[in-house]
Design a protein around this ligand. Structure first.
Ligand code: WT7
Length: 571
C-alpha cells in the first residue's frame, strides 16, 4: 500500500521528538505531575479538578455546556463545588468506597458533577448510554450489583427498579420531583448539600469506572479501570491531544462510551484544559456552529461523524468561521485516507487517527503532531507502551505481515478485570506477556501500524461496538423468530451496518410489517443502534454441528466471498 505521506508540521508541541521519547520514556516521571506524589493522598477526581483550584486555574473555565435549552459555563472552582456537593449527597444515600454508582442520562452538567462526585467518594462509576432500553439497562445494573443510579424522569421507565434488589436509591434529575421511597431528588439535594467534602483517598489500584462493552459471545462485559489510569490519561492528553494552556477542547463522544470519559472527562481535566460539551443530537450545522462559537482549537471526533459532515457538503461548512481549529483527531474505526484528504482540503489540517479500545482505557497507537502521517495508518504506539503484531503462538512477526495486534501487558490504563468474569479477563492474556486485542493489523518497515479488521465477529457500526450475540439473543426472543445470525455489512458512512439473517418459526409469513416489527423489537429491547438495518429471511441458517451460527458463512454469502472450510457445518 503506497499512499502519499503528510509531512510533520512545525509547531510548539507537547511531544517534540517521538523517537527520542519512545526510547527513553519512563512512566514514573508522570507521577510527579500529581499532588499524590507528594502527599500520598490519591484520587483521580481531586487531580482533575481540585488540584487546579489550589493552583492558579480556579477561575479558568473548565466546562462550557450547551444544548437546545441550556447555555452555561463552570470554572474549575465551580466544578469543585458541585462535584463536592454531588459526592456528599451520594454519600448521604449510603454510597461507600467500591460501591457501583450508575449514571444513565443524556449529557448535562449534572452528569459531570455526578461522575466526579462519585469518584471523589471512592465509588466506581458505571456510565450508561441514554439510548439503552430496559433489557440492556437491567443486564448492566444486575451484573454490577449497582447500589445507586442517577437518571432522568424520561429514562426512569427503562429502569426495572423492582427487579434489582441491590439498587437502594435512584436519584432523579428533576427540580419538582417528589421524593418517595428509594426515589430521591438529585437537584434539591444538590442545592442543599455542603460544598466541602471529605475526599475518599484511595489506592492507585482501586476501582474507578466500569464500562460495559460488547464481545462476539455472551452478555456485554464490565471492563474495570482503576485510578492508576490517570497516568496515561494525563500523558496522552499532552502528547496526543496536544492540549496546552489556552486550548478550547471538544470531544464529541458521549460518556456512555469510553472515549467520552477517558477523553471527555479525565484526560482534558487532568491537564487543566477547557472542555466543551454539546448536548443533543448530531447535525452538521449544529456541530459547525459549536466549533465556531467556542473557537474550538482541539477537536476529537470519529470517522463516522467526519463522513457525515463530508456528505453534508462543503457549502454548509463555508458558512462558518472555523479558523480557530489547530489540531484534529479521530477514533473508533478505520480513518479512511479519503477522510484525511477531505480534512486537508476543508480545514487545511491533518486528522490524527488514534487506536485504542475500551479495554485499553486510553490511547495506544496514535499519530502525533510532530510526526509524518501516513493516511490509512493508525500511527505508532505511545512512548512507554510496546505494541506488536504476533502470531497465535506469540511470536513477533516481521514488518508487513498480518497478524494479531497485541500490546505488551502492563501499561498504566490497562483494564484490571472483567466484572464477575475473571475467565473472560484471562482470555485476553492467553499468550504469555501479551494482551491480544482481537484486531488484525500489520506494521510497516517504519513502525506504522495498519488496521485490517476485527478477528472476532464484533460489529463496528457508526463507531459503536455491537456484539452479534447480544442482538441475536434479542432477535430470538421475538415470537416469530426461530433462529438469527447477525453480521456487520460494510457501509460507506457507518463503517458497518448490522444485517440479520432470520429463519422464521412455523406459521409466520415474511412481510414488511413483520420485518419492521422485528426491528422495533430490538430497538425497544436493546438499543436503537443495535437494531438491524437490514433483515434477510432464510429457511435455514448455516450452523456448526454443535449448533453455533456460522457468521463467517453468512458474511461470505453477503459479500460474495468464498465460504472457506465448511467441515464443521451441519448438512
Ligand atoms: C475497537 C474498540 C476506544 C474508543 C472507541 C472504540 C476499533 C478503534 C480504531 C482506529 C481502526 C479502530 C477496533 C477496536 N477501533 N479505533 N483508529 N482504527 N479501528 O472503543 O468500543 O472498545 O472498540 O474499535 O476494532 O478493537 P471500543
Amino acid at each position: 500500500m503506497k499512499v502519499q505521506a503528510l509531512p510533520s508540521v512545525e509547531g510548539n508541541f507537547n511531544l517534540k521528538n517521538y523517537e527520542e521519547a519512545a526510547e527513553s520514556f519512563d512512566w514514573s516521571t508522570v507521577e510527579q505531575q500529581f499532588t499524590w506524589s507528594e502527599t500520598g493522598k490519591l484520587n483521580l477526581a481531586y487531580e482533575a479538578i481540585d488540584r487546579h483550584v489550589s493552583g492558579d486555574r480556579a477561575n479558568k473555565v473548565a466546562l462550557y455546556y450547551s444544548d437546545a435549552n441550556r447555555d452555561e459555563q463552570y470554572t474549575f472552582e465551580d466544578m469543585k463545588k458541585y462535584s463536592n456537593k454531588a459526592g456528599n449527597i451520594l454519600r448521604d444515600a449510603g454510597v461507600k468506597k467500591g460501591d457501583r454508582v450508575f449514571i444513565f442520562m443524556p449529557r448535562s452538567p449534572e452528569l459531570y458533577f455526578a461522575v466526579l462526585g462519585a469518584i471523589k467518594i471512592g465509588a466506581i462509576v458505571g456510565p450508561l448510554f441514554e439510548a439503552f432500553m430496559e433489557g440492556a439497562v437491567r443486564d448492566r445494573l444486575e451484573d454490577s450489583d449497582a447500589k445507586v443510579l442517577v437518571t432522568t424522569p424520561a429514562l426512569l421507565e427503562r429502569v426495572p427498579v423492582g427487579d434489582l434488589p441491590n439498587l437502594e436509591s435512584v436519584f432523579i434529575i428533576d427540580e419538582s420531583y417528589e421524593e418517595n421511597g428509594p426515589y430521591l431528588n438529585f437537584l434539591t439535594r444538590l442545592n442543599g448539600a455542603n460544598e466541602d467534602l471529605d475526599i475518599e483517598w484511595v489506592d492507585r489500584e482501586d476501582g474507578l469506572i466500569l464500562h460495559y462493552t460488547s464481545g462476539s459471545t455472551g452478555k456485554p462485559k464490565g471492563v474495570l479501570h482503576v485510578h492508576n489510569a490517570m497516568l496515561q490519561h494525563y500523558q496522552t492528553a499532552k502528547w496526543v491531544l496536544d492540549l496546552q494552556e489556552d486550548d478550547i477542547y471538544w470531544c464529541t463522544a458521549d460518556p456512555g462510551w469510553v472515549t467520552g470519559t477517558s477523553y471527555g472527562i479525565f484526560g482534558p481535566w487532568l491537564v487543566g484544559a477547557t472542555n466543551v460539551i454539546r448536548g443533543g443530537r448530531f447535525s452538521p450545522q449544529d456541530w459547525y456552529e459549536t466549533l465556531e462559537r467556542y473557537k474550538v482549537t482541539v477537536w476529537y471526533s470519529a470517522p463516522t461523524a467526519f463522513r457525515m459532515l463530508m456528505s453534508a457538503g462543503d457549502e454548509v461548512l463555508k458558512k462558518y468561521d472555523l479558523s480557530s481549529l489547530r489540531h484534529l483527531l479521530s477514533v473508533g474505526e478505520p480513518l479512511n485516507p479519503e477522510v484525511v484528504r477531505w480534512g486537508m482540503k476543508v480545514f487545511d489540517l491533518r486528522i490524527h487517527d488514534t487506536w485504542w479500545m475500551t479495554e485499553t482505557g486510553a490511547q495506544i497507537i496514535c499519530n502525533y503532531p510532530c510526526m509524518e502521517i501516513r493516511p490509512g495508518s493508525m500511527g505508532k504506539p505511545i512512548p512507554g507502551v510496546k505494541a506488536a503484531i504476533i502470531d497465535d503462538q506469540g511470536n513477533e512477526l516481521p514488518p508487513n505481515r498480518m497478524g494479531n495486534l497485541a500490546i505488551q501487558k502492563g501499561w498504566p490504563s490497562m483494564m484490571r478485570t472483567v466484572w464477575n468474569n475473571e475467565e473472560k479477563y484471562k482470555s485476553y492474556f492467553e499468550i504469555e506477556g501479551w494482551y491480544v486485542s482481537g484486531d488484525s493489523a500489520y506494521m510497516d518497515e517504519d513502525g506504522y501500524f495498519w488496521f485490517q479488521g476485527r478477528i472476532d465477529d464484533v460489529i463496528m457500526t457508526a463507531g459503536e461496538r455491537v456484539g452479534p450475540f447480544e442482538v441475536e439473543s434479542k432477535l430470538v426472543e421475538h415470537p416469530a423468530v426461530a433462529e438469527a445470525g447477525v453480521i456487520g455489512k460494510p457501509d460507506p458512512v457507518r463503517g458497518e451496518i448490522i444485517k440479520a439473517f432470520i429463519a422464521l418459526r412455523d406459521g409466520y409469513e415474511v412481510s414488511d410489517e413483520l420485518q419492521e416489527d422485528i426491528r422495533n423489537f430490538v430497538k425497544k429491547g436493546l438499543a436503537a443502534h443495535a437494531a438491524p438495518r437490514e433483515i434477510e429471511f432464510r429457511d435455514k441458517l448455516p450452523k456448526t454441528r454443535s449448533g453455533k451460527i456460522m457468521r463467517r458463512v453468512l458474511k461470505a454469502w453477503e459479500l460474495d466471498l468464498p465460504t472457506g472450510d465448511l467441515s464443521t457445518m451441519e448438512d
